[in-house]
Every structure is written in structure tokens, then in C-alpha cells.
Design a binder for this molecule. Structure first.
Ligand SMILES: O=P(O)(O)OC[C@H]1O[C@H](OP(=O)(O)OP(=O)(O)O)[C@H](O)[C@@H]1O
Ligand SMILES: O=c1cc[nH]c(=O)[nH]1
Ligand SMILES: [Mg+2]
Length: 210
């Protein structure tokens, strides 16, 4: 059974995250680092994919060899910042099915506003990995996972880059069955719901908006 919270403390992840946090990193640099980190995070979050075996023939002899079992997994990106994690993971798992949940956080109420939802069929039979770099209040991730459970998802994981304790607790209350994977658990949220020390607004830094 996976723990509710896994912090991916691999030295390469930690090193790259430290560079990303710095305010002078360019948009191109931020995007490149996020793509690189996403490959390493994907390795951890997919550790429990089920294997079966198939009979193959090497140049030397036949053998029973491991292969992924079951339906292709589903990757769900919470727009728009989720796409920064999605792109790297898709390089590692090119056969994954992909869905999008469009949510933005109202800056006053910090409540998520839904504007889009398109997800793969048969979510009930797929490991479903929801990706968004930031878990702050947890309002967006809880809402996204509510939407996915309504559409049948059962075997879920949530993958982010940074989490605040408030968001982890909110997820634990609302979705205790959904393990969270993150590169770091930061200290707290500020009065505007930003993660401290954090890295600022992930979407703005990734896409050069602001
Ligand atoms: O845990 P929460 O308090 O809900 O905050 C986290 C959300 O805020 C950011 O998205 P944002 O609303 O800025 O949208 P964007 O990705 O379009 O920039 C982030 O990518 C999460 O989706
Ligand atoms: O610190 C935060 C909190 C929410 N969304 C972000 O992009 N950054
Ligand atoms: Mg944003």
C-alpha cells in the first residue's frame, strides 16, 4: 500500500527544484527543468504499475519477460500549469491516454472555477495520474479528483512539484485513497494562497505570462 504522501528526495530532483525556485530563471529554463524533473517524478509515481509476462524470443533463446498489464494508464493534466508536467511524462509513457481538466483559481475566493473537462474512456480500468505542479490550498486538486471519480476513476495518484501542508491535509480529508507524490513539502501558504517559500505562480513562470 502506497503512503498518502511521498516526497521524491532524489538528489537530481532536489537540485533541479532549487534552480527552478530562483526568481531569475528564464521562462525557457523553467520549462526545461520542469520537463526534466517530470521524468524523474514519473519514475516514482508509476512504481506500482502491474506487470505480467509474455513469451518472447531473444537472439539467444525464448524467455518469459515482464510487460505492463492491463489498460493503458491515464494522465490527467489540470490546465494550464499541469501541461508542464504532462509533456515530460508522455515522453516516458508515450502510450498513455491523456485527459484535461480546465480549472483556474479565483484570486479572491481561492475557489476553483471549472472551464473544461475531457477525459479518456474506461477510467475505472486504468491507473489515473493527475498532474499539476502546485498543491496549495488543495481546492483545485480536490475538485479535479471529484470530477474524475464522478467519471469512474478509482485507482488514482496525484503528482505535483510543490505541496503546502494545508493542501496535503485537505486532500487527506477529501480523498484519503489518493496518494500524493511531490518533490517538496513547503512551509505554509501566504495570505494570497501562495506557497511559501514556493516558486511563485507556476503557470505564469512556465508560459511567460504576468
Ligand atoms: O491548491 P490550489 O490553492 O487550488 O492552487 C493550486 C492551483 O493554482 C494553480 O493554477 P492556477 O489557478 O494559477 O491556473 P493556471 O494553471 O491556469 O495558471 C496551480 O497550477 C493549481 O492548479
Ligand atoms: O504558490 C502557488 C500557489 C498556487 N498556484 C501557483 O502557481 N503557485
Ligand atoms: Mg496560475
Amino acid at each position: 500500500m502506497t503512503r498518502h504522501l511521498t516526497i521524491v528526495d532524489h538528489p537530481l530532483v532536489q537540485h533541479k527544484l532549487t534552480i527552478m525556485r530562483q526568481k531569475d530563471v528564464s521562462t525557457a529554463g523553467f520549462r526545461r527543468l520542469l520537463r526534466e524533473i517530470s521524468l524523474l517524478l514519473a519514475y516514482e509515481v508509476t512504481r506500482e504499475l502491474e506487470l505480467t509476462t509474455i513469451r518472447i524470443e531473444t537472439p539467444i533463446c525464448e524467455m518469459e519477460a515482464p510487460t505492463l498489464e492491463g489498460k493503458k494508464l491515464a494522465l490527467i493534466s489540470i490546465l494550464r500549469a499541469g501541461n508542464g508536467l504532462l509533456d515530460g511524462i508522455l515522453e516516458l509513457i508515450p502510450g498513455a491516454r491523456v485527459g484535461f481538466v480546465g480549472l483556474y483559481r479565483d484570486p479572491e475566493t481561492l475557489q476553483p472555477v471549472e472551464y473544461y473537462c475531457k477525459v479518456p474512456k474506461e477510467l475505472d480500468a486504468r491507473m489515473t495520474i493527475v498532474v499539476d505542479p502546485m498543491l496549495a490550498t488543495g481546492n483545485s486538486s480536490v475538485a479535479a479528483i471529484d470530477m474524475l471519480k464522478e467519471r469512474g476513476a478509482k485507482n488514482l495518484r496525484f503528482l505535483c512539484l510543490l505541496a503546502a501542508p494545508e493542501g496535503v491535509e485537505r486532500m487527506r480529508q477529501a480523498h484519503p485513497d489518493v496518494p500524493i507524490f511531490t518533490a517538496a513539502l513547503d512551509e505554509r501558504l501566504d495570505d494570497h494562497g501562495y506557497i511559501v517559500p514556493g516558486l511563485g505562480d507556476a503557470g505564469d513562470r512556465m508560459f511567460g505570462t504576468k
